[in-house]
Design a protein around this ligand. Structure first.
Ligand code: ADP
Length: 496
């Protein structure tokens, strides 16, 4: 046991009752209601947080509308001013990285070493990329076949945006929305997941400190079916950006239809990780293990279906089983911990029910498969195989540390089975054959493809799904299309 030294600022933040952050102020919910966010490592209450209802959502939207219409951020500050304000927010995040990492680890069930080494620097990098794009969102002139006119496009902010984000990467998902929305000049109402509201609230406070005007970013923790639903339905929200489950994504689309909000969705996945026997199989085993067990498998791009060419099957199965059994499970504030708890007791039950059902259907659970005794919401890294791609456990997104191993015979079989899914977020494969690499990359139906590696991402690369994995792309320059409207202007001029 190597417990981390507690950060005093994080402790001070946790000691406060957390309000909603609307128009630059911490306020209670109109109803006075609160909810408790738990520490998944021990099931104990971590903080009491104001719970936004429809009236609070309305208050936040009005505040964001006022900020937008006043031009305080979009026109009175220049694009370069916005770059600088967002970069100041990055600097503050860097200064507060230990506080933020500990809040993330405590609230989100992440090993603190991951929160420190991954979540914080990666989130700050994403935000820095968006910050520096604020003065690079450009239009074009168009070569129209009409005499004596100048026809050009400009990209203008959409207006008041709503963002509804999940609990698996609370800070990162917040900056994926806050960065591009604010860089493009929008106002944003951010609803963090009720399981993990803390770092989003802290981010909102730091944004004010960085000089982002009140109302430009409002943060309203609340229950999904209440606060999230009200935000998706609100007639004065121009765009909603959602990351979460496919079923809630479908509800968001229905709710958004009332005023035809712009909608971007980053939803579920059941990503295929294909190991061809001609690839670097031993490295593939490492990546396939990390690709499912990192973040307890609570990752939309988790490589939850590992397809293995039959001749390499035994080697891969024993390799992944070995990695699963070796993972050190423990409290997130222990530096030695490699795998933390699942986010809630209910989520652990859901994960366990998939495995229990598969086991009772006679499928082979070859590692893990059990809850870890104690107060936290721990679940063993679990491997099933060999199984069919058509089994329920191979088709449904589990969002936990559960991987299924599926043997295949040849390239066509691998591609066919991989694409046999209603999702299409990510896919990856291992091969040393260049022709195969290009062929398979073009045949896989997913928004991100990894060849000879798994899990890479960068602020500069577009991310999003085919099929039921979503609409639109985040990151890259593509994300700025999600937060802007194109305006085409025609101006006639006179011959002298
Ligand atoms: P999970 O099932 O993994 O918790 P969800 O898709 O339910 O993922 O949650 C992602 C986000 O969507 C959270 O912020 C949650 O509060 C919110 N949410 C849940 N249900 C709804 C809903 N009906 N309308 C709007 N937002 C919702």
């Amino acid at each position: 046991m190597a417990p981390v030294e507690r950060d005093l600022d994080a402790a001070a933040f946790l000691a406060c009752k957390q309000g909603l952050l609307i128009n630059g102020e911490r306020v209670s919910a109109a109803s006075g209601e609160t909810f408790v966010t738990l520490n998944p490592s021990n099931g104990e209450p971590l903080a009491d947080v104001a719970s936004a209802g429809a009236a609070d959502v309305d208050r936040a939207v009005r505040s964001s509308r006022r900020a937008f219409e006043s031009g305080v951020w979009r026109t009175k500050m220049t694009p370069r001013d916005r770059v600088n304000a967002l970069l100041r927010l990055c600097t503050l995040l860097e200064e507060k990285r230990e506080e933020m990492a500990q809040l993330e680890a405590l609230d989100g069930g992440k090993p603190v070493s991951n929160a420190r080494n991954d979540d914080l620097p990666i989130s700050t990098n994403y935000l820095r990329y968006s910050a520096t794009m604020a003065d690079k969102i450009v239009g074009e002139t168009r070569p129209v076949s009409v005499p004596n006119v100048l026809s050009y496009t400009v990209r203008e902010p959409v207006g008041v945006c709503g963002a509804i984000i999940p609990w698996n990467y609370p800070l990162m998902m917040a900056v994926w929305k806050v960065g591009p929305a604010l860089a493009a000049g929008n106002s944003l109402v951010l609803k963090p997941a009720e399981q993990t509201p803390l770092t989003a609230l802290r981010l909102g406070e730091l944004a004010l400190e960085a000089g982002i005007p009140p109302g430009v970013l409002n943060v309203i923790p609340g229950i999904g079916e209440v606060a999230g639903a009200a935000l998706a339905l609100h007639p004065d929200v121009d765009k909603i950006a959602f990351t979460g489950s496919t079923s809630v994504g479908q509800e968001i689309v229905r709710a958004a239809s009332g005023n035809l909000k712009r909608v971007s969705l980053e939803l579920g996945g059941k990503s295929p990780h294909i190991i061809f026997a001609d690839g670097d199989v031993s490295t593939a085993i490492d990546h396939a293990s990390a690709g499912i067990f990192y973040n307890q498998g609570q990752d939309c791009t988790a490589g939850s279906r590992v397809f293995v060419e039959r001749s390499a099957y035994d080697q891969v199965a024993s390799g992944i089983v070995g990695r699963a059994r070796a993972m050190r499970i423990g409290d997130t504030m222990d530096l030695a911990t490699e795998q933390g708890p699942l986010i809630t007791a209910e989520h652990r039950e859901r994960v366990a029910s998939f495995v229990d059902e598969a086991a009772s259907d006679g499928l082979d659970v070859i590692a893990g498969g059990s809850r870890v005794a104690g107060h936290g919401f721990f679940y063993e890294p679990t491997v099933l195989g060999p199984i069919s791609n058509l089994a329920r456990i191979a088709q449904e997104e589990i969002f936990g540390p559960v991987v299924v191993l599926i043997p295949f015979d040849g390239e066509d079989d691998a591609v066919l089975q991989s694409n046999q899914s209603r999702y299409g977020l990510a896919a990856g494969f291992w091969t040393r054959d260049l022709n195969r690499a290009l062929r398979v990359a073009s045949r896989l139906r997913a928004g991100r493809i990894w060849i000879n590696g798994w899990g890479y991402g960068d602020a500069t690369t577009p991310f999003g799904g085919f099929k039921m994995s979503g609409w639109g792309r985040e990151n890259g320059r593509e994300v700025f299309d999600m937060y802007t409207e194109v305006k085409n202007v025609w101006m006639r001029f006179y011959d002298s």
